[in-house]
Design a protein around this ligand. Structure first.
Ligand SMILES: [Zn+2]
Length: 340
């Protein structure tokens, strides 16, 4: 293109993401990411687990935002694809071990994994059917220890690790002792798909959980267990939910797909995948207003570079500030990239 495309109205550049003195590096494979990172926030311990990478076309990831703008934030590969994390949040409360989102799992075909550039195989030196389960082990837990699983919605890259195929090829619940939670409206939406939505909803990710009597359907906002509550952030799907952790004086928000990467913090940067983008706009507006007023720790599902940061306002922009006191698990857990 010879002339730069105009910015969509209201677009402002920059979330200022680079912590001073650090260069941000875009990962080329899952093993480039720290395996897990941990932080204490008030009375809860938070761990983010990098359950793998996906490579998706940058066009639909940024909706109406021209490539001339988004590629300054996230460079794409020769196939126009950008790397996306699939980040789960593990929360230790006094009584529960809560897992928010489960990544993509290990049930999909090689063809599927190639199309989406899935890179989530576990490192060889850890137990676990996928990188999420291995991450739990790296943190000193096992899948049996998880008591609560919360899905923001049921798309395959968020709820795919709810179940897994064991070494004999049998489908099992990944967290056999857990109660799983999702919005009732999302459950119904996932079972009433159309030509545009069906590719994202794969029943083997959630029907076996319901058949085992372990799926709990929520009707709107509220506490799931003490210290973990959900609120509705519709738009990506009509009953998408985000998750708040902690107490009023120290709160973290796992945003899910309402703000999939920190590059999506500007209000009009909304994914083309969203079924109701104007509702996403209002969900984001409300979420970010509260986040700034209460200085939430914002946690991104898909940002491959900046996993979390405290919400701050700079002029009209919401940005995230660097987080101190983070411990990382990196070496010796390594694995090679897959075909993605
Ligand atoms: Zn989604």
């Amino acid at each position: 293109m010879n002339t730069p495309a105009p910015s969509p109205p209201g677009t402002t550049l920059s979330p200022v993401l680079n912590p001073p003195g650090t260069a941000l590096t875009v990962p080329s494979c899952a093993a480039d990411l720290p395996f897990a990172r941990s932080l204490t926030l008030g009375k809860v311990k938070l761990h983010i687990i990098e359950s793998g990478l996906l490579w998706l076309d940058g066009g639909p990831m940024f909706g109406i935002v021209p490539k001339a703008l988004w590629e300054r934030r996230i460079p794409s590969d020769t196939g126009n694809r950008i790397p996306l994390a699939m980040r789960a949040l593990l929360v230790e409360t006094p009584d529960e071990l809560v897992l928010i989102e489960t990544g993509l799992g290990n049930k999909e075909s090689e063809r599927f994994r190639k199309i989406y550039g899935v890179d989530n195989a576990p490192p060889e030196n850890l137990p676990g059917a996928d990188r999420l389960q291995a991450g739990l082990h790296a943190l000193g837990f096992s899948p049996d220890d998880v008591t609560v699983v919360v899905d923001t919605h049921l798309h395959f890259d968020h709820a795919g690790g709810n179940t897994f195929l064991d070494a004999e090829g049998r489908l099992q619940l990944s967290f056999p002792r857990a109660r799983y939670f999702v919005q009732k409206g999302e459950w119904e939406y996932a079972h009433d798909t159309n030509e545009r939505t069906s590719a994202s909803y794969l029943p083997h990710n959630y029907d076996p959980v319901m058949n085992a009597g372990q799926f709990n359907l929520l009707a709107g906002a509220g506490a799931v267990v003490p210290g973990v509550e959900v609120f509705l952030t519709p738009g990506h799907t009509p009953f998408h939910q985000s998750v708040l952790v902690g107490t009023a004086d120290a709160r973290a928000c796992y945003m899910g797909d309402v703000v999939p990467t920190m590059t999506h913090l500007p209000l009009p940067w909304i994914m083309g995948y969203d079924v109701e983008p104007l509702r996403t706009l209002e969900s984001k507006r409300l979420l970010l207003e509260r986040a700034v007023a209460e200085r939430w720790l914002l946690i991104s599902t898909h940002d491959a570079v900046v996993p979390w940061g405290f919400a701050e306002k700079h002029g009209r922009d919401v940005t995230v500030a660097e987080v101190d006191g983070v411990t990382e698990i990196r070496a010796p857990f390594t694995s090679g990239p897959e075909d993605g």
